[in-house]
Design a protein around this ligand. Structure first.
Ligand code: URA
Length: 239
């Protein structure tokens, strides 16, 4: 079920606000009846007409992409850089939910569902995100404790992070970090703050979604259950 004005907007009839005006002006019919109240809701099998023409809304599509490095999280780029949208074949116009830096690899959702995307990107939506980082130098547990306790960055104190030292190699360390904030370049800035710049960064989990079975550069459609679970999560977290 969705509000009639949203349905009209999704079908490209007009913006949501303009659609409200069209409804109150009596220009919209649902199942053969003119509807003028704004609270009206429609479902998939309802037949909607605007000015005597059948309205066909765009299908909602949801993809999970395992982004490669050197690909930007945008819908297009003036300088011809490859974007996440270029990596997915879809009949509808998709956009990324949030962003990963150009050099960061890993999972990102792409959809044309503006409502879900808006909720997921809202600052109150503190979804768990897990990153694998390869950082410069051999980090110590006491340095990682600074990230676990929250560390002062230029835009304020970070929330406590779950941080695991996964291994070391000469001159570098492998660390897994779980955060639920979504500040710009947050993980990179956290490691800069403890003196261990990030060499490589990969997002392996976003909420309940993981990169399991998705090769670098590959994408798949989300299942109905995954979409429902994300919607539920977004509903529960909205302020
Ligand atoms: N944190 C970063 O620093 N970069 C990303 O791409 C994602 C999280």
């Amino acid at each position: 079920m969705e509000r009639l004005q949203k349905y009209l907007a999704r079908a490209g009839v007009a913006s949501r606000r303009k659609s409200e005006e069209l409804i109150t002006a009596g220009r919209v019919m649902v199942n053969g009846e003119t509807v003028t109240e704004l609270g009206a809701r429609v479902q998939a099998d309802d037949v909607v007409w605007f000015d005597g023409e059948l309205v066909v809304p765009e299908r909602l599509e949801y993809f999970l992409l395992n982004k490669l490095s050197d690909v930007i999280c945008a819908v297009s780029d003036k300088r011809g850089q490859k974007t996440v949208v270029d990596l997915i074949e879809s009949p509808v116009r998709l956009f990324p939910v949030g962003r990963l830096d150009r050099d960061t690899t890993g999972i990102i959702i792409l959809t044309n569902d503006g409502t879900l995307a808006h909720s997921l990107m809202h600052p109150s939506f503190e979804v768990d995100k897990v990153y694998k980082a390869e950082v410069e130098g051999e980090v110590t547990e006491s340095e990682l404790d600074r990230l676990r306790n929250g560390i002062e960055l230029e835009d304020g104190l970070t929330a406590p992070a779950v941080v695991l030292l996964m291994g070391k190699r000469p001159g570098g360390s492998f660390v897994e970090v779980a955060i639920h904030e979504g500040r710009k370049r947050q993980v990179r800035r956290m490691f800069d703050a403890i003196g261990h710049p990030v060499w490589k960064l990969h997002r392996k989990r976003y909420a309940m979604l993981t990169d399991n079975g998705l090769a670098p550069g590959e994408s798949r459609q989300l299942t109905g259950e995954e979409v429902m679970a994300l919607r539920k999560l977004a509903e529960g977290k909205k302020s």
